[in-house]
Every structure is written in structure tokens, then in C-alpha cells.
Design a protein around this ligand. Structure first.
Ligand code: SF4
Length: 482
């Protein structure tokens, strides 16, 4: 099980470092602001958007309810169309299958379509250990790979880089991985894209094996679907002799009619486009056309664990559009690295704990708290995942997982609050005292002392009002001026 970056600190520590990086914050603000506006305009064009969202959610819920049946149907359809189906319980099994296929063809390199599932299982690292180079062909993934960097966004993994940084990476690292960047490369986007195209072309033409994920897998026809914007995916899916696709088991949709709903929801939510520039579909092996050996690895890696969570299972509806990242006030300031996972942002804050379980890793346990619970993620999610409710549920699971031993500061504060709120007279007394001390404290300093200072480290202590609500109500009967 991978999915999270090795050695990452818990979210509060990583977020503090990210917030101190003004270049990063500038890059993020520009990029997320642009995508947000594009998405809003594209969605506003569709009067029946809410009905489409409801349809997408209902299809996914039906799939999750009957997942076993749809997977068996998918396996039968794929096999009948000439593909070889493999089942992988976890990351290690999935990586071993891909490596074995590449080795069976004496391949020491593979070209890759952008794929969250293969990032989740750490495929590139596993293939490197087996002596096989995995070349990313998506432009943003190429930037991340050449920069020896980590992805920070589901859709735009190099969102934290500006074009001057990209130019520097290309000049420094392209030559170490194949065709070098041309002399005199500027930071004009068209020149950078042309350099990437030249660099990648020789890899597309040389590679015998390609690796992809799939956005969707249609059960009744055994068709896999990849949507992308650059055409690199199409090159990987059609040129090499052998194709291995690593597909999360929740990617299945029953029919092409169901797929139609998602092909409307996904592009508007992710890139703010009416349709994806490239939608590639393939059904097993077609003699004389495209790869002549097709393998499909159906991946669990924690998905059945998530499915068992009654509140959290809705996270498996996710179609990885990244709309929730772009609207999130936390993500748009910290960026993706602070989440320590290939799945950052609001969906990462719930998906990582659901896939890996709570109570085993402090970094994962910190993620459900990486949210203000403002609900913007729920509003934009094309499959209506109620992320705030799942966050609250996971927080309660994290608390339960850490029960026992001496209570921490937060638990002690909650017990004290429970005692105070348990009696009206206690609450009234507390209001008087806190109002008095609060006003005094804000006169003297805007920080709380001791452990409570963690709360005011990043906030000003607000000045409590002179009169509590209850005192005001008593005085005015609810009708006077506040
Ligand atoms: S949770 Fe919803 S908004 Fe976020 S990536 Fe998944 S589908 Fe998109």
C-alpha cells in the first residue's frame, strides 16, 4: 500500500512550510483561479447540470452496491475481447504484474499515460527497482519527473511550477533522460510544448510496452476509456505492441449509456471544457490495429476497505476531476505537497484515510482536519460526494482510534466544554469570565498563552463582545438593538 509520499510530516507542519513559500502561493492562486473561472462558465452552460450530477451519483452508487457483479461482467467482456485480466489485492501485486509483463517482452522501458492509479501504487519506483525505466508522457507529469519532484494536483501535477521554472527543468534534465532541450529555449509555452514533443516522440516510437490507467471501464462491452488533452495518451494506447492498464475496481460503469453521463460531467468539471480533446476507447485486441497484447490489472489496494465504510464509501464515486481542489480555500493556499499524497485536496483528505484506514499513521490521521468544512467541495463535485460529512465522520474515527492513555490537550478542552455546556448556570458564569478575560487578553496581546497559543499562531484573537447573547436577550427580550 503506498499512495502517500514516504517521510512526509503531518499536514499542519507541511502546510506551515508551504504557506511560507510566496512563489508557490502566487503560482497556485493564478492557476486555481483560472481553472475555477473556466469550470464555472462551462457548468453554467448546462441548465440540467444538477440532474446530471444526480445521475452520475446514482450510477456510481448502483455500481458500488453491485460491484462484484459488475466486475465479474467486466472480466468476462475483457477476456472475450482478447484482453488478459489480472486481479491485484495491493500495490505490490499490481506492480509485480506490470513488471512481469514488461520483462516477458525484454522491455527495459515503458511509456506511460497519466494515471493516478499507477502513482498511487508507486509503479515508477517499483519498475525502476526491476531495471525498467517508466517514462511519463503527459506534459505536466514529464515536468514533475524531470524535476525529480512530486505531483501536487490531480489534473495538473506541476501546478506549483511557473513557466520559468519549467524552462529551467527542461534545460537541466531533458538531456539526462533522452533528447536534450533545444539551444536557446525560452519560457514561451509554445516553445516548451515543442521541446517536450520532440523529447517524447522518440520514446513513443521506440517503446514496446505502454502503461495506462483508465477513467472508466464499461462492463457490458469490456471497453476501457482514457480522456486527456494532449494526445500523448493516444500515442501510448496505439503505438506500442503491448498495453498494460491498471484500473481501480471502482472505475467500472455498467453501459455506454452510463458512460455518456460521465463524459459530460468530467471535462466541464476538470478543465472547464465541453468535451475532452482526446477520448480514447479500446476493447481488448483488434487484429492488425493497435496493441496486439492487452493486459488489464484490476486493482483493490484499499478500495474494498473504503467500500465497507457506510459514510465514506461515497468517496469511491470520485471521477478525479479535481474541481474540489481548485475551490478549496485550504488547498489553494497550501498546494498539494502538504497533503503528502498523490491524492491531495479535499478528496485526498478523505480518500487516503479510507484507503489506508485510520489509527495507523499520524500523517494520514491528520488529513481529515485539513479542511475548514466550508462545503465548497461538495457544491462543485460532479458526483455529489458530501466531502464535509465524510471529513466529520473520519475525524470521529481518528478520535476513537486514539482513545486510551492520558487525554491530550484537545480531549481535555472538549471535556471541559462539555461540562460547561451541560448546565445553563455554568455557561452563564463562563460567558462572564471569558468575556472579561478575553477583553483583557486582547488589550494586552492577541495571542493565547501555553498550549492554546497553537490556535492563535495563525489567527488574531477576536475581541469578545461587551455583552453575551443571553444577556442581550434578557435585557431586550430579543427586540432591542444589539
Ligand atoms: S471528489 Fe468530486 S470534485 Fe473532487 S476530484 Fe472527485 S469527483 Fe472531482
Amino acid at each position: 500500500m503506498t499512495g502517500t509520499f514516504v517521510g512526509m510530516p503531518a499536514f499542519p507542519t507541511a502546510a506551515r512550510d508551504a504557506l511560507a513559500d510566496s512563489q508557490l502561493r502566487g503560482n497556485l492562486a493564478r492557476a486555481t483561479g483560472t481553472i475555477r473561472a473556466k469550470r464555472a462558465a462551462a457548468v453554467a452552460e448546462v441548465p440540467e447540470w444538477e440532474a446530471l450530477r444526480a445521475a452520475g451519483a446514482a450510477i456510481k452508487d448502483d455500481v458500488l452496491l453491485h460491484l462484484e457483479d459488475y466486475l465479474v461482467q467486466l472480466e468476462a467482456s475483457l477476456t472475450a475481447s482478447g484482453a488478459t485480466v489480472h486481479w491485484a489485492r495491493d500495490a505490490a501485486e499490481a506492480c509485480a504484474i506490470v513488471a512481469a509483463v514488461a520483462k516477458a517482452h525484454d522491455a527495459d522501458e515503458v511509456v506511460k499515460v497519466k494515471s493516478m492509479a499507477t502513482q498511487e501504487i508507486g509503479l515508477n519506483e517499483a519498475l525502476a527497482e526491476a531495471g525498467i525505466a517508466a517514462w511519463e508522457t503527459d506534459l505536466a507529469e514529464l515536468i514533475v519527473q524531470l524535476g525529480d519532484d512530486l505531483p501536487s494536483h490531480i489534473l495538473v501535477p506541476a501546478i506549483h511550477r511557473n513557466r520559468a521554472e519549467v524552462r529551467e527543468i527542461f534545460q537541466r534534465a531533458m538531456g539526462t533522460a533522452g533528447r536534450p532541450a533545444p539551444d536557446g529555449l525560452t519560457d514561451e509555452p509554445a516553445e516548451l510544448a515543442a521541446a517536450a514533443r520532440e523529447h517524447l516522440r522518440e520514446k513513443f516510437l521506440r517503446a514496446k510496452v505502454a502503461v495506462s490507467g483508465a477513467n472508466f471501464a464499461v462492463a457490458d462491452s469490456g471497453t476501457l476509456v482514457v480522456v486527456e488533452s494532449e494526445g500523448n495518451g493516444r500515442m501510448c494506447l496505439t503505438l506500442p505492441e503491448v498495453l498494460v492498464s491498471v484500473v481501480g475496481i471502482e472505475k467500472v460503469v455498467p453501459t455506454w449509456a452510463d458512460l455518456d453521463v460521465f463524459l459530460q460531467l468530467l471535462p466541464r468539471s476538470s478543465t472547464g471544457e465541453r468535451m475532452n480533446p482526446y477520448t480514447s476507447t479500446w476493447t481488448g485486441v483488434t487484429p492488425g490495429d493497435g496493441p496486439q497484447e492487452v493486459h488489464v490489472v484490476l486493482l483493490d489496494n484499499g478500495r474494498t476497505r473504503a467500500l465497507a465504510d457506510q459514510v465514506g464509501r461515497q468517496a469511491l464515486r470520485c471521477i478525479r476531476c479535481s474541481a474540489c481542489l481548485n475551490v478549496c480555500p485550504v488547498y489553494s493556499r497550501t498546494g498539494g505537497h502538504a497533503y503528502g499524497s498523490v491524492y491531495p485536496g479535499p478528496i485526498g483528505a478523505i480518500l487516503n484515510p479510507l484507503l489506508r484506514g485510520v489509527g495507523v499513521d499520524d500523517q494520514v490521521d491528520s488529513l481529515p482536519y485539513a479542511s475548514s468544512l466550508c462545503g465548497a467541495c461538495y457544491d462543485v463535485c460532479p458526483v455529489a460526494i458530501d466531502i464535509p460529512s465524510v471529513l466529520v465522520e473520519l475525524r470521529s474515527q481518528v478520535v476513537d482510534a486514539h482513545r486510551g492513555g492520558l487525554p491530550g490537550g484537545e480531549a481535555a478542552a472538549m471535556s471541559a466544554a462539555s461540562w460547561v455546556f451541560g448546565r445553563a448556570r455554568r455557561l452563564a458564569a463562563a460567558e462572564r469570565v471569558s468575556g472579561l478575560t478575553g477583553r483583557l487578553a486582547t488589550r494586552l496581546a492577541r495571542r493565547l498563552p501555553g498550549p492554546a497559543s497553537a490556535w492563535t499562531d495563525a489567527r488574531d484573537l477576536p475581541t469578545p463582545p461587551r455583552e453575551s447573547f443571553r444577556a442581550w436577550w434578557r435585557r431586550t427580550g430579543g427586540g432591542g438593538d444589539a
